[in-house]
Every structure is written in structure tokens, then in C-alpha cells.
Design a protein around this ligand. Structure first.
Ligand code: AMP
Length: 429
């Protein structure tokens, strides 16, 4: 008898798990599902890709099938995550489609959402901002909600949704089950937990908090800003699977996309400046393997669920150290092997120091920096430097590039600047 069979789930759920080919539970599922099924409040600390969506959706569906007049509410930080959970819900309810869901996020006009709400949904998956807009306009109320789930609660707090979360917690009945999932644990989260969860809550940890998945092989390449493009091309050409690239700005997403397209690589992008329709198309193309490369800013870092990604490339280091773990968590999901390559420039050293601190704190593997120059880039740079010598023989470093020489030497490894993680890291005061 399989683990899921032993749980004596309802037949329609078992049928769906068979169809999804979920044979063995992931650790968070093994720990959380029996407790949530009992109606207990739960705090789940789970890293990305651990199967936490199923861990809360399976018991929630059980509850909704057993309590026909009740509804459930899942709050998420981003539209992408809402879409991802909704897709999983549709797969999970394929043999009981009457347990309908609706996604309420900022991308869709409120009137359209209201029309869809005419068929009262059993599950609402919402971003806090738009849900509060509806509540304030008294478009609908949440009195039938028996289960409240806060997914990626740390991210919702980072995004400044604290007031909205409080307002939603006031709008749902006091008598309810609450589940809170977060990749990290700090003072803000524990304060929120105290407010929304009952005292009898159970805390479940799967893996160390925010630990980078062990199935991801990390690589760190020292380079310069101008060296990144050719290295990127080499990495992509050497990769047979799909590649997800993270960069810092919308403009960079566009320019890298154009650059790769120039080499005949099928690519699309998602970032906050694109319409929801375009973002959905890009994700769909990626999911269906119609494109090899997807380029994204961090806005998408937590929302994408494409189990087949083999390679994540951090073209730029993330601003927030936590995002490094979320980004590389896009690969190596559900114990598949994955690779994460990060480009490190001298400019990004301080960001890397913070990432190393986080990796150390969470007991994750810290990659060693290697120096690598793309073959093509090396040729071009050599030609350029010869031309430079010929044209501007006695030029001194210009004011606009005071550190250019040091940066190049650093990237080439010809000057002894220790990589960040080998430097002494002072503990924060
Ligand atoms: P999540 O952490 O919820 O985003 O899930 C990560 C991926 O693992 C998703 O593609 C899930 O469909 C998949 N997954 C979750 N649970 C299982 C399981 N028990 N067996 C196989 N795959 C799973």
C-alpha cells in the first residue's frame, strides 16, 4: 500500500495523485499532511521545490469535499504563484471539478473577477492587494472561509503586504484553520504568526530554513560586465535542456533577449513591464518546451514551476540574498539534478558576501569561484586590446573607468583579490 493510500484520502484525490504520478510523498508532505488533515494550525518552513503546494492542497481539498458549505482562501505574493497553485488545484480536482477555484490578482479587471465570482468558488487564490480592494468595495465577503493559507508569507511581508494581511485576517471567521508557509523565519514572520495562528499550532520544517536544495550543483564564474554576454552564450550552447536566466533590470532582460535571438536562440521573457498576457505566453512556451531560454527579473523568481529546468543562470547577482536561494530553487526541483551558474563581477562582491553568509547560516554548499573567459570573448578582447595599443598608445585610465583595469585583472585572476567568500566576513553587529 502506498503512503498516500495509507492516509485514506478520498478516492477522487487518490485517483488524481495516481494521474499526477505522485507515488511517494516529499518530506514536507509526509510531515504536514496528517497534521493538517486533523485540522491543526501549521507553520511550515519549506524551501522552494519541496512539494509544499501539494502538502497544503491535498488536506484542503479533503476539507472542502467533507464540508460542502465551506470555502478556502490561499494568499500568495505574486500572480505567477497564484497561477501555479491554480494549475495544481485543477490537476488535483480533475475527478471532482465541482470544487472550483478562482484566481484574484491585480492583472485582471475587477469587473471580470466579479462576474466569475457569480459561480461561488470553493477556493480563492489571491494576492493580498487586490483581495483587499474587493473587500473594501464590499464586492464579496469571506464568511464561509474555513481554511486560510498564507503561502510564501515572508515574501508577502517583504512586498509590504502586512496591513492587507491583517485586514484579510479580520475579514475571515475566527473559527478556522490557518496554515502559514515561509522559506525564512525572522521576527516579522513570527509576529505575523502570533497574530493569525492559534496557540496550538504545530511547526514543521522540511530541510533547514532557506537551505539551497542539495540537488543543485552551483558554479560561480568571475567575470566582468562586458565578459558576461559571451560566457552566457557558451553556457547556453553547452546546455541541452532549458535555461532560466535572471538579471537585474527590465532593460537588461530585453537587451540580453535581443542578443541571444541574434544567435538564433529561441527566447522569451517575463518581467514586471510586460503585460500579463505576454508573461503567461512566455511561461506557457517555456513550460511546453517551445523555447529554450526564459529571461526574468526577480519578480518571477518565486512563481515559476517548471520541473524540467536543468540550468539557472544568475546573469546578475540578486539584490536580496534570499533571492539567490529562491532563484536556484527553480532547478533541482523534486530531487531532479540541476545546475545553477552565477556570474560574479567585482561590483557585485558585496552582494555575494551577503549570499555566502546566508549559505553558511543555512548549512548550504558554497560554490568556489572560478575564472573563465569565453573562447569567443577572449579572441575579441585580444583583438580589441591590440587595436587599443595601436590607436591610443599612451592612454591613461580614463576618469569614467577608474577601476576598469583592476576589474579586468580581477576577472582574469591575474591580481590577487580574494573571492568574497574567502575574505574574512565580519559578523553583523
Ligand atoms: P512545489 O514545491 O509545491 O512547487 O512542488 C515542486 C514540484 O514537485 C512540482 O512540480 C510538483 O508537481 C512536484 N511534486 C510535488 N509533490 C510530489 C510528489 N509527491 N511526487 C512527485 N512530484 C511531486
Amino acid at each position: 500500500m502506498s503512503y498516500f493510500e495509507k492516509l485514506r484520502l478520498l478516492p477522487v484525490i487518490n485517483q488524481a495523485l495516481d494521474a499526477l504520478e505522485f507515488k511517494k510523498p516529499t518530506p514536507i508532505q509526509e510531515k504536514a499532511i496528517p497534521i493538517i488533515l486533523k485540522g491543526t494550525d501549521v507553520i511550515g518552513n519549506a524551501q522552494t521545490g519541496t512539494g509544499k503546494t501539494a502538502a497544503f492542497c491535498i488536506p484542503t481539498l479533503t476539507y472542502l469535499l467533507n464540508n460542502k458549505a465551506k470555502a478556502a482562501l490561499i494568499l500568495v505574493p505574486t500572480r505567477e504563484l497564484a497561477g501555479q497553485i491554480d494549475r495544481f488545484w485543477k490537476a488535483l480536482t480533475q475527478f471532482c471539478p465541482e470544487v472550483t477555484s478562482i484566481v484574484i490578482t491585480g492583472a485582471v479587471p475587477m469587473a471580470t473577477q466579479l462576474k466569475r465570482m457569480e459561480v461561488v468558488p470553493r477556493l480563492i487564490i489571491a494576492t493580498p492587494g487586490r483581495l483587499v480592494d474587493h473587500l473594501q468595495l464590499k464586492n464579496f465577503e469571506l464568511r464561509s472561509v474555513g481554511v486560510l493559507i498564507l503561502d510564501e508569507a515572508d515574501r508577502m511581508l517583504d512586498m509590504g503586504f502586512r496591513a492587507q494581511l491583517d485586514e484579510i485576517a479580520r475579514a475571515v471567521p475566527q473559527k478556522r484553520q490557518t496554515l502559514l508557509f515561509s522559506a525564512t523565519w525572522d521576527g516579522d514572520i513570527s509576529e505575523l504568526a502570533k497574530k493569525v495562528l492559534s496557540h496550538q499550532m504545530v511547526r514543521i520544517t522540511a530541510g533547514k530554513t532557506s537551505q539551497a536544495a542539495q540537488t543543485v550543483e552551483q558554479a560561480l564564474i568571475k567575470t566582468t560586465e562586458s565578459g558576461k554576454r559571451d560566457l552566457l552564450l557558451e553556457e547556453i550552447n553547452a546546455e541541452r535542456g532549458q535555461v532560466l536566466i535572471f538579471t537585474s533590470t527590465q532593460a537588461k532582460v530585453e537587451s540580453i533577449g535581443n542578443y541571444l535571438e541574434g544567435y538564433g536562440i529561441e527566447v522569451n521573457s517575463i518581467h514586471g513591464g510586460r503585460t500579463q498576457g505576454n508573461r503567461n505566453t512566455a511561461l506557457k512556451q517555456f513550460r511546453e518546451h517551445k523555447i529554450k531560454v526564459l529571461i526574468a527579473t526577480d519578480i518571477a523568481a518565486r512563481g515559476i514551476d517548471v520541473p524540467e529546468i536543468t540550468h539557472v543562470i544568475n546573469y546578475d547577482m540578486p539584490q536580496i540574498a534570499d533571492d539567490y536561494i529562491h532563484r536556484i530553487g527553480r532547478t533541482g526541483r523534486a530531487s531532479l539534478e540541476g545546475k545553477a551558474t552565477s556570474f560574479l563581477t567585482l561590483e557585485d562582491e558585496t552582494k555575494w558576501v551577503a549570499i555566502v553568509e546566508l549559505l553558511k547560516r543555512t548549512g548550504s554548499t558554497i560554490p568556489k569561484a572560478v575564472t573563465k573567459r569565453a573562447t569567443r570573448a577572449a579572441n575579441i578582447q585580444d583583438v580589441e586590446s591590440e587595436m587599443e595599443v595601436a590607436l591610443v598608445k599612451n592612454r591613461k585610465p580614463t576618469r569614467s573607468h577608474p577601476g576598469a583595469r583592476r576589474e579586468n585583472q580581477w576577472a582574469k585572476g591575474t591580481v590577487n583579490v580574494k573571492p568574497a567568500h574567502e575574505q574574512r566576513i565580519k559578523p553583523k553587529a
